[in-house]
Design a protein around this ligand. Structure first.
Ligand code: ATP
Length: 295
């Protein structure tokens, strides 16, 4: 089943095109990352899906149907940091959240356990670390136990410990069967927590799908020979390669991560009568891949 199905969604703010004909779908049970640099349209996209913003054109379906307010109530959201009261404790703050969301207060103890704040539930919000504050915000999104969660940059502004806690919490929620849609500008984060990704660049969808397919790590073998063209032609027939390209004075042959074999490349060329003058293994980092995709 698909949780969310977006078709040709566009959004203009005056002359700024924040989203341009974006289409993708989110399968149930995934942790779906919307990845892109600042200003790429992530918040705009989530805002439209949660009905905070109207699209300029395009449509989307939630749970396979035109969205209704009732369906959105089945989605827990964290779009911006909620305004908790500093002088109230976690339970009192969640009671207010529950009232605003029209959800029962009977779920508060369960939620505090899930976000690991049960022990501190009677402490004032003002005494919480930033990470605890963010966990309480996620707790508010979990009230009523929705199957689908939408988080906008859930680790933004946290220290490394706070970031790790939120990422663990997201993984835990995913194991419980929740579908999580989250915006992030961090490739590393998407790689660590997400099963699927959609990459946005200046409002345009660059690509989307399974993280392991899209962010696949590659080994790059750099080679050179006196006759570069001849080398390039030969390496087109190199078994096991993913792709090949010419760059200045070298030919680059790409293999799946961990499969490049320099000796095999050398032998392949030697057997064909080409002497290699340069042979080097380089890793293509995910960062490089992300930069290639977004720049
Ligand atoms: P960030 O991570 O910085 O929040 P984002 O990927 O979520 O970025 P959006 O906030 O959706 O991106 O912004 C997309 C584009 O739309 C940006 O160019 C932004 O300046 C513009 N934009 C967003 N909101 C408005 C608005 N209310 N009025 C005018 N332009 C806007």
């Amino acid at each position: 089943m698909e949780i969310l199905n977006i078709k040709n969604l566009s959004k203009n703010y005056g002359t700024v095109q924040a989203l341009k004909q974006v289409s993708f779908s989110v399968p149930a049970g995934t942790v779906f990352g919307i990845l892109g640099p600042n200003g790429s349209g992530k918040t705009t996209l989530l805002g439209i899906v949660m009905d905070v913003l109207k699209p300029t054109s395009g449509t989307y379906e939630i749970f396979g149907q035109s969205p209704t307010a009732d369906q959105r109530k089945q989605i827990g959201t964290l779009l911006e940091t909620p305004n908790f009261y500093h002088y109230l404790n976690a339970v009192e703050n969640l009671k207010i959240s529950a009232a605003i969301k029209g959800r029962g207060v009977d779920d508060i103890d369960r939620v505090l356990e899930v976000v690991d704040l049960a022990k501190r539930k009677n402490s004032k919000f003002s005494t919480y670390s930033l990470g605890m504050k963010q966990r309480l915000a996620i707790g508010a999104a979990l009230l009523g136990n929705p199957d689908v969660l939408v988080f906008d940059e859930p680790t933004n502004g946290l220290d490394p410990v706070g970031i790790a806690e939120i990422r663990e919490l997201i993984k835990k929620l995913s194991k419980e069967g929740k579908t999580i849609i989250m915006a992030s500008h961090l490739l590393d984060e998407v790689e660590k927590v997400c099963t699927h990704v959609a990459i946005l660049k200046q409002g345009t969808l660059i690509t989307y799908g399974d993280v392991n397919e899209i962010l696949i790590n590659e080994d790059v073998v750099e080679t050179s020979a006196a006759d570069l063209e001849q080398l390039y032609q030969l390496l087109q027939r190199m078994p096991g390669k993913l792709s090949i390209n010419r760059k200045d004075q070298v030919v680059q042959v790409n293999f799946s991560s961990g499969t490049a074999d320099l000796a095999a490349v050398n032998r392949f060329c030697f057997d064909a009568g080409i002497t290699i003058t340069h042979l080097q293994l380089k890793k293509k980092s995910l960062e490089t891949k992300f930069l290639e995709l977004t720049h």
